[in-house]
Design a protein around this ligand. Structure first.
Ligand code: C5P
Ligand code: C5P
Ligand code: ZN
Length: 462
């Protein structure tokens, strides 16, 4: 990045390490950011003629690192690795392109991470963005500045890096600009709701969760009635999509929504979230998920978080046929699971301690999506003054997901620090970002862990 010569130098150094080899392995994370990061590396390595295999993991445990060490194939970790520096295999080339908080007890030579350069890895650069910088540094034949920026932005949006300011900032923005200059990306202010490319308009309101629309969210009749009152008709047997409305119609909906939200006494924070910057992938067909960075990232999450990372990766690498059809089926299930997950949380309720709130989903919500449900629950919660922790059963113990708010970060909250330290005390491991983090802890240690967390978060916020 132009503003960060030392990070550029580090990317060059990592790239040189990769170019020494004819074969490498990529290990990446099973979410939209991890998928796009891996896809960016695949694109670049293909162009360089470097053979590569990809492996996706839920989290980077010692078991995975032992296997990596055993194969002795030079390995590029994307969207993970920085939290496990002390356990990295020695005596072989390991490159890490990650944006998670860094394990301070370890050190590694080929390590590209925004935190090393004073850049915030939770808002200014994603895992896919790091992979993009590395791919640019690899200076592959035929790869121009801005190529692959679309995938990088899908990862950043998938990690909710645009949430803090309602738009991408920092290095993410530089990548966005490079993509726009190259003609692969477009950005503009628009209604923030999910599904503008693919869903019938009333469904944007019906399923809105960020912000939640009192009286409209979850109410089909009311959502349709609202649009009609704003002067928008279905326009056919099937309702039109957002992209089918004229600009004037879109403006009518936005101003009616703003008025509605104010009349419902929604906070200005929530009203402001109605309109945010949105990102369009210009090379993708209109009316498809891939055209919109947010819809694309959800489609990818629907694959990798359910054990079908190969499907998501194929879509990122250009499959618009069989694998895309599979991804669509997975997306339907993912949506259903999120709706059911949110319902479960509403029914079971959230328990408040002194400084944290939590729910335990048992085995009713998958460990790989419980963090998304926790985040959505917090967005809509009356109590946004405490971070939320969610528990779910997983193969290797009890999965914990944590989500906070920007307001709490300003007061000193750092979920990765808190969850990492408390998990270690009960024999687990964890990490992540200040605003979103996760851990796996031994079954049976939940109560002790919660007490530790309550104290740790209390100290951070005091
Ligand atoms: O592992 P990774 O960095 O890819 O995941 C980041 C996680 O943080 C995502 O699940 C994302 O949804 C979450 N996040 C959040 N709120 C933010 C920023 C990130 O919940 N403001
Ligand atoms: O799984 P979840 O979406 O809650 O993860 C939130 C963040 O915490 C992600 O960035 C993830 O990579 C990180 N995490 C971690 N170590 C774990 C579990 C999650 O660093 N054991
Ligand atoms: Zn990430």
């Amino acid at each position: 990045m132009s503003d960060h010569p030392s990070m550029k130098q580090r990317a060059d150094k990592c790239a040189a390490a990769i170019k020494r080899h004819e074969e490498v392995r990529i290990v990446s994370h099973i979410d939209a950011d991890g998928l796009t990061a891996a896809a960016i590396m695949c694109h670049a390595l293909d162009r360089l003629g470097i053979e590569h295999g990809v492996r996706f993991v839920k989290q980077l445990g010692k078991n995975v690192l032992d296997e990596v060490a055993d194969t002795n194939i030079p390995t590029i970790f994307t969207d993970l690795g920085s939290g496990m520096l002390s356990d990295m295999p020695r005596g072989m080339d390991v490159v890490i392109a990650d944006h998670h908080q860094i394990d301070q007890n370890g050190n590694i030579e080929y390590h590209l991470n925004p935190h090393l350069f004073g850049i915030d890895g939770s808002t200014e650069l994603s895992g896919s963005g790091c992979a993009y910088l590395l791919a640019q540094a690899l200076s592959c034949p035929g790869l121009k500045s801005g190529d692959l920026a679309d995938l990088a932005i899908v990862g950043a949006v998938g990690d909710l890096q645009a949430r803090k300011f309602g738009k991408l900032v920092g290095c993410n923005r530089e990548i966005l600009k490079q993509g726009a200059d190259r003609g692969v990306l477009n950005y503009k202010k628009d209604l923030s709701f999910f599904g503008k490319q693919t869903r019938e308009v009333f469904k944007l309101l019906l399923y809105s969760s960020d912000p939640y629309l009192p009286g409209l969210t979850g109410n089909e009749g009311a959502s349709i009635g609202f649009l009609r009152k704003a002067g928008i008709d279905a326009g056919g047997e099937r309702w039109r999509r957002w992209i089918d409305l004229s600009e004037g119609e879109q403006q009518k909906v936005v101003s009616s929504l703003v008025q509605y939200c104010i009349s419902k006494r929604m906070s200005s924070y929530h009203v402001h979230r109605l309109v945010t910057e949105v990102y369009t992938l210009c090379r993708e067909q209109e009316g498809t998920e891939m055209r919109d960075a947010s819809e694309y990232s959800t489609l990818l999450n629907a694959t990798a978080r359910y054990g079908f990372a190969d499907v998501g990766l194929a879509v990122c690498l250009g499959d618009r046929d069989k694998k895309l059809a599979e991804a669509h089926d997975l997306l339907k299930d993912h949506r259903k699971n999120l709706v059911e997950g949110l319902k479960l949380v509403r029914e079971k309720g959230i328990t408040e301690m002194n400084h944290v709130q939590y729910f335990d989903a048992g085995s009713s919500i998958r460990d790989t999506i419980v963090g998304i449900v926790a985040g959505m629950s917090l967005t809509n919660s009356r109590n946004r003054n405490m971070p939320i922790f969610a528990f779910a059963e997983s193969d290797d113990g009890l999965k914990v997901s944590a989500r906070g708010t920007q307001g709490l970060i300003r007061k000193g909250l750092n979920l990765a620090d808190a969850i990492g330290a408390c998990a270690a005390k009960v024999g687990g491991t964890g990490g992540g970002h200040n605003i979103a983090a996760g851990a796996t802890i031994p079954r049976g240690s939940k109560d002790e862990f919660l007490e530790l967390l309550d104290t740790a978060v209390g100290e951070q916020l005091s």
